[in-house]
Design a protein around this ligand. Structure first.
Ligand code: GUN
Length: 290
């Protein structure tokens, strides 16, 4: 069984990015600059944003963290977005999700200029991706594509089952894996909360991508012998024996399936770090747009 070590691969890619940024700096070019907007104090979001900012520093990007209280109004947040849209110094920015309940995520997303949308969440980028045009690809699905590519995992002609139809992971994953590309050319099934016989679908999968947010839902009886498992879940599960009072669990029961599968991404250290490098690849690309 092969562990698909996203953490190590992300480190390799960060070194490649750093070399490119060093070359840009020496040539007197524009240093990539990512801004991240964090609203409120959701503990998981704070960790994710901190990791994004820290990764930027590691490769020599500039980064700006914009923190706003959970009490911010929709209008105030929209004006933060407008300022970033207009700031020539900022190449790309993200608004970390989820936002507090009183804010309209869709309206905020629509306000982000597509050229600065390094998360790839705006309609223009989703549409361009779907049409196979040049686009900022959403970070998690693209990070998974890079992971599959660098590990040489064949997707062409394979049966892929994606669990979860979110706009930021499951749905774009099906588009990227089914299109005419490498990785790609897979036959993709998208399963969700209304799917009948979910386990039956999963058992047919050569590659199973789990992005449903239910801790350890996928068990050994649901996977095919020799399948490749991509676990996108990062769930906090109460665990009094841990210092923090919780442990991180994926959507897949790792210990249960590990004897049966051919390859699997661990949680943590699998998909998460790949998401971050994918965001940075988008930021570098944005900095090169004239
Ligand atoms: N929340 C969970 N994943 C993501 C992501 O990729 N981008 C943003 N902005 N928020 C998220």
């Amino acid at each position: 069984m092969q562990v698909l070590d996203g953490k190590a691969l992300a480190q390799t890619i960060k070194e490649e990015l750093k070399a490119e940024v060093d070359a840009i700096r020496q040539a007197g070019g524009k240093i990539p600059h990512l801004a991240a907007v964090l609203v409120g104090d959701d503990p998981a979001s704070q960790v994710y944003v901190r990791n994004k900012v820290r990764s930027c520093e590691e490769v020599g990007f500039r980064s700006t963290l914009i923190r706003r209280p959970a009490t911010i109004t929709q209008e105030e947040l929209l004006s933060v977005v407008e300022e970033l849209n207009a700031d020539p110094d900022v190449d790309g920015f993200i608004v970390q999700l989820p936002l507090p309940g009183h804010l309209d995520e869709e309206a905020i997303n629509l306000a982000i200029h597509p050229r600065k949308d390094v998360d790839g969440f705006t309609p223009v980028n989703v549409g361009r991706m779907t049409l196979g045009l040049e686009a900022y690809l959403p970070a998690t699905p693209n990070g998974i594509m890079v992971l599959l590519e660098r590990y040489g995992i064949e997707t062409s002609g394979k049966e892929v089952v994606v669990l979860g139809r979110s706009n930021i992971v499951g749905t774009p994953m099906t588009i990227l894996l089914s299109r005419k590309s490498n990785p790609g050319n897979a036959t993709v099934t998208l399963c969700h909360s209304r799917t009948k016989d979910l386990a039956e679908h999963c058992r047919r999968a050569d590659i199973l991508v789990a992005a449903i947010g239910i801790p350890e839902m996928v068990t050994a009886d649901m996977v095919k012998e020799g399948a490749v498992i991509v676990d996108v879940g990062i769930n906090r599960v109460e665990d009094a024996s841990r210092k923090r009072g919780y442990r991180l669990a994926g959507d897949v029961n790792y210990d249960d399936v590990k004897g049966k599968v051919s390859a699997i991404t661990p949680v943590p250290g699998g998909v998460g770090p790949m998401t971050i490098v994918s965001l940075m690849m988008n930021t570098l690309k944005a900095s090169k747009v004239k």
